[in-house]
Structure formats: C-alpha cells, structure tokens
Write a protein that binds this ligand. Structure first.
Ligand SMILES: NC(=O)c1ccc[n+]([C@@H]2O[C@H](COP(=O)([O-])OP(=O)(O)OC[C@H]3O[C@@H](n4cnc5c(N)ncnc54)[C@H](O)[C@@H]3O)[C@@H](O)[C@H]2O)c1
Length: 450
C-alpha cells in the first residue's frame, strides 16, 4: 500500500507546507537496485581507533572514494570539514575509548560531519562489548556508546541511519559483511541498532552471490514480506523453496517459477507438517526462514480461545516444532541459518495484540535460548523484528493507527518488504555465523519498544 503523505511531503508545494507547519518530513529512502555492485556510491569516511585499519584493508571493495579524518596520515585522502565531499558513509572506531574523558572524541569526530552528510548517509560506530571488559570504567565507557549512537541516530536527517557494532575479539576479520549491509541502502530502514559480532570461520567467497550453493526454505512466501525474502535470497544466489497454505498455490507456483525454485503447499500447523516437510527436503536445507504469521487482534477482554490458539499455533508453535524436526532429522545442514520473523510488538507490546506479541516475544526468546545449543554445528538462529512494514497485513490496520505506526519512527515512514528481506538475506550469509541469538529490528528506529 502506498504512503501518499511521503509523495506529498516530497512535492515542491508539500515540502514548503510541511516545513511551514512543522509536520514530519519523511524523505524517499534510497534502496538497493538490481545490478548495483558497490555498497557505497559516494564518499566513505573512516576514523577513530585501531579497528579503522581493519576497515581500510577492504574499504576499496566498498567504494573508490575513501577519506580519513583524525587518523593516521597513511590512510586515504584527508577529509577537511567544509571542503571535503558530502559523506555517504562513515565508520568510526570507538573501541579504544575506555574512560569517560576519552568519550569527548565522539563529539569531536561527529560534530563537523553532521552538516556534511549526503542524502541517506549510513553511519557505523565500532566498539567492544562492555560485558567482555573487566575494568568497570572501561565497560561503562563502551556502554556509553549505546546512548550516544541511539541518540545521534535520532538526530540524523534526510534518511540517515546509524548503528553500533560491538566487535568481539577475533571478529575483526568479519567486519566486511556487516559493513556491506549497514553502509549500503540494504539497511535503509534499520537504524539505532546495537549489534554484537563474534568470530566465525565460514566466510563469504563471492560478494555478488553470497548465498550461491545454498538451499533456502521460506514459509508464508506467497505474498508480502515472504515473497520479497524469497526474491532477495534468489538474487543473492540461493536455490529457494517457497511454502504457503494450499489456497495460495497459484501465487506460490508463479513465484517459484519466476525464481527457478520450487513450491510446497502445506499448512505449517497440520499434525503431520513436520514429516511432510522433511519428506519434501530429501537433500537437506541450509537456510530456514520462518516468515508465515497471522494476526487476530482483540483486547484480552474480548479475545476468543480460537483467536488466541490460531496465532500461537502459526507464529510460535509451528516454528518451534518444524525447526526441532529439521534438526533432529539432520535435514538442517551444518552452518545452517534459521531466521525467525518476530515483530517490535513482541518488544514493546501492543494494545489488542496480547496473542501476537506473546508469540513474537516467544520467537526472540527461542533464538536466544537455542543459539548456544546450535553453535557447535555452526548453525545460527536469529530473529528479525520488523516495525511497520507496508503489506496487506498492515493495510488492514485502521487509518489512524496506520498513520501513527508509520510516523512514530526516526525515519517517519513505514518500511517496505524489501527492507526486511535484505536483513534476512544478510543474516543468511555464511559470514554471519557468529551473529546468533540476537534480534535485529527493521523498524526505522521506531519509538515503540526503543
Ligand atoms: N507487515 C508488517 O508490518 C509486519 C511487522 C512485523 C512483523 N511482521 C511479520 O512478518 C511476517 C510476514 O508478514 P506479512 O505482512 O508479509 O504477512 P502477510 O499476511 O501478507 O503474509 C503471511 C503469509 O503467511 C501465510 N501463512 C499464514 N498461515 C500459514 C500457515 N498456517 N501455513 C503456511 N503459511 C501460512 C499466508 O498465507 C501469507 O501468504 C509475519 O510473520 C508477520 O507477523 C509483519
């Protein structure tokens, strides 16, 4: 469903009126287009501590316009405030800010940039996970990065985003994958996130087709976010198997044919769903995306047992049962990726969604609890928590709630299915193996649950 307010706010008359009335002024976000090769099309600025050197080692694969600010003279062209180009991407290593006094480097580095950012600029701060630091003052300084980055993300204009990545010891070599995602339009609707990165020994070998040779299953793929996930996984080289309920067979078959994949019609809540699924995957599976989901909204006072049971069955019980069966039968291969479609409702709670929010919070808990048990086999399990995404599901939301859902975020708009799909495709990559047990929000830094 289209967001007419964005069209209006970006027309010349609308832009002036919106500005004069002090209304939110969301911009059209830049998204990854087919055929694009470079993650950053424009100037990339790198600065800060020792991890900046690691980033410099592969920066020429991200863009050919690399600048430094406040780092060693040997690295790239110096960026001079007011004279350098507008910045499309920024990486600042704050991992060596280990006392309160050194935090002022954040202000000193970022302040001159704030009026020199290009449209839809993507910023990343690197740090060290405070939980891994024994010195309380150092841990406190690194934790301070969270407050700084989440606040600065809210101050960015013109579609800018900012994330904080805590880089685990030994994970320095894994930075290219996350930076390809977080510095590019693939993460257009992700902002204000804190990510923990750990070491992992299955690297991506071909960045143009990072999922080549992998087989992916996407449930609920006949339409909406699921269809977009299947398309994006196929774009990245995966062989896709799409699954949906029997009434969706026509749409499912059309999608499978377009992607050169295969369709499975199955109700994931059927008593024999697990055995049917395993029979359909005799050669195993590398990537499982549990996307099928439903809403049956009612306040608890009016919630029927049928509404409660249906939502918990599709959204939570089926992913649990099917994943367990895929693991027990050996169908899910080593280095597999399991991605669960949660929701920010599961973080913030939402009036009228006790059933839905319970199911989605349950999925995030499932990822967190299962991750350490699967790590031996190199399998990662993560949740993706979308905010307001423009689909048939949200088109049914009453107008006032829909508008609130769209505007109550730093980016002032709803996301597109593609935004969620890009996050899933990144989590499906071999190199994200040690990003596990986490929930990645794709919500434009929604104020809900922030
Ligand atoms: N749209 C949003 O704003 C939003 C926000 C947060 C989370 N999500 C989650 O993202 C996922 C996709 O959402 P969407 O907006 O594309 O939904 P959608 O309703 O457009 O699509 C869901 C798909 O799941 C399928 N499905 C439902 N029950 C099934 C079952 N028992 N067996 C097999 N397939 C089944 C449906 O047929 C449909 O094709 C859901 O899990 C949803 O909860 C969506």
């Amino acid at each position: 469903m289209s967001d007419r307010y964005i069209e209006f706010a970006n027309s010349s008359f609308g832009h002036r009126l919106v500005g004069a009335l002090g209304l939110p002024s969301p911009v059209r976000l830049e998204r990854w287009q087919a055929g694009r090769l470079r993650p950053v099309e424009g100037a990339l600025l790198i600065g800060g501590g020792p991890l900046a050197q690691h980033v410099s080692a592969f920066a020429n694969r991200l863009t050919d316009a690399i600048y430094r600010y406040g780092t060693e003279p040997s690295m790239a062209t110096e960026w001079i405030p007011g004279h350098g180009p507008k910045l499309k991407a920024v990486v600042f290593d704050a991992s060596d800010l280990l006392q309160t006094g050194s935090l002022k480097q954040l202000r000193e580095f970022f302040q001159p940039l704030m009026k020199n950012l290009d449209h839809c600029a993507h910023l990343v701060i690197l740090g060290r996970d405070p939980q891994t630091l024994t010195d309380p003052f150092a841990a406190s300084a690194q934790r301070a990065l969270e407050g700084f980055s989440r606040s600065l993300a809210k101050e960015l204009r013109s579609g800018g985003t900012l994330q904080l990545i805590y880089v685990g010891a030994g994970a320095e070599e894994q930075l290219e994958g996350p930076l390809r995602f977080f510095l590019s339009p693939k993460s257009a609707f992700v902002s204000g996130q804190v990510i923990c990165l750990n070491p992992c020994d299955t690297p991506v070998t071909d960045w143009t087709r990072p999922l080549a040779g992998r087989k992916a299953l996407v449930t609920g793929a006949a339409r909406g976010i699921g269809a977009s996930i299947a398309e994006t996984l196929a774009r990245d080289g995966a062989e896709v198997i799409v699954l949906d309920v029997p009434p969706a067979k026509n749409d499912l078959d059309a999608l499978a044919a377009r992607l050169g994949g295969r369709g499975i019609t199955l109700d994931i809540c059927a008593d024999d769903a697990a055995s049917q699924l395993i029979d359909q995957l005799p050669d195993g599976i590398d990537i499982v995306v549990h996307n099928a989901g439903i809403t049956r909204d009612k306040t608890l006072a009016n919630m029927t047992p049928e509404f409660w049971d249906a939502v918990l069955a599709v959204n939570l019980n089926a992913p649990q049962v099917l994943t367990q069966a895929l693991i027990d039968s050996g169908t899910l291969r080593d280095d597999g990726r399991v991605i669960l479609l949660a929701s920010i409702s599961g973080i913030a709670g939402n009036r009228g969604q006790t059933n839905y929010a319970a199911s989605k919070a349950g999925l995030m808990g499932l990822a967190q609890a299962w991750a350490p048990l699967l790590q031996d086999r190199g399998i990662s399990i993560n949740a993706v928590a979308p905010g307001f995404i423009e689909t048939q599901m949200t088109a049914r939301v009453p107008f006032a709630l829909r508008e609130a859902g769209r505007r109550m975020s730093s980016l002032g708009q709803g996301g597109l299915p593609q935004d969620v799909a890009e996050a899933v495709a990144w989590l499906a990559q071999p190199g994200t193996g040690a990003f596990t047990g986490q929930a990645l929000r794709v919500c434009g830094q929604s104020v809900l649950g922030a």
